[in-house]
Design a binder for this molecule. Structure first.
Ligand code: SF4
Ligand code: SF4
Length: 181
């Protein structure tokens, strides 16, 4: 069967309900496919293979494996630009996180996730905030951003997140990019 043909026998009609039971995924069935989110998404502006409307459509159709293996669910930057404009309050960034949580439970941790953990381990946040950024903040009358790496590391040690991510990556089911075409 050609790659772009959907095999109805492989669809999982329960998938949308499974997502809707996750925190953040509750509103998935409200999506009426207007495409406003895709027109807004900065990730899509850089790479048109990534398309929030399309991935929601795939989820609603029951394309479970393709969605859980998609790059897109990991590349959403949670900027909330789409959330501001969605007429149905689908809460897209939170929906993407709900889908990621299902993917992680199934052992589908994207390699990007390791970079997130490394950045948090190193800087205590996903972006390094240094003197340059704090100087700008001072000029704007904003307080400096304090970074408490030790607190983050304590959480990492207690949860063994570094080892868990390494372990999940080693047993990863999906190959990068699968399902995201
Ligand atoms: S903007 Fe909202 S309703 Fe429109 S396609 Fe995106 S999620 Fe669906
Ligand atoms: S929150 Fe994610 S899907 Fe929505 S516009 Fe930002 S990057 Fe795109």
């Amino acid at each position: 069967m050609p790659e772009d043909v959907i095999d109805a026998s492989e669809l999982d009609p329960e998938f949308k309900f499974e997502i809707a039971r996750q925190p953040g995924g509750e509103n998935i069935k409200l999506c009426f496919q207007c495409g406003t989110c895709s027109g807004t998404c900065p990730v899509r502006a850089i790479n048109d293979r990534y398309n929030p409307r399309r991935i929601i459509r795939m989820a609603l159709l029951g394309m479970r494996k393709e969605v859980l293996c998609s790059d897109f669910i990991w590349l959403c930057s949670t900027c909330y630009a789409c959330h501001e404009r969605c007429p149905q309050n689908v809460r897209i960034p939170e929906l993407m996180m709900a889908i990621r949580n299902i993917a992680i439970k199934e052992g589908n941790v994207h390699p990007l996730y390791k970079s997130y953990v490394e950045m948090l381990d190193k800087h205590g946040r996903l972006l390094e905030v240094g003197e340059f950024e704090n100087e700008k903040r001072r000029k704007l009358g904003l307080p400096e951003v304090a970074t408490d790496v030790e607190r983050v590391r304590k959480v990492f040690d207690a949860t063994r997140i570094r080892e868990k991510v390494e372990g999940k990556l080693a047993e990863r089911v999906c190959t990068t990019g699968e399902g995201s075409k």
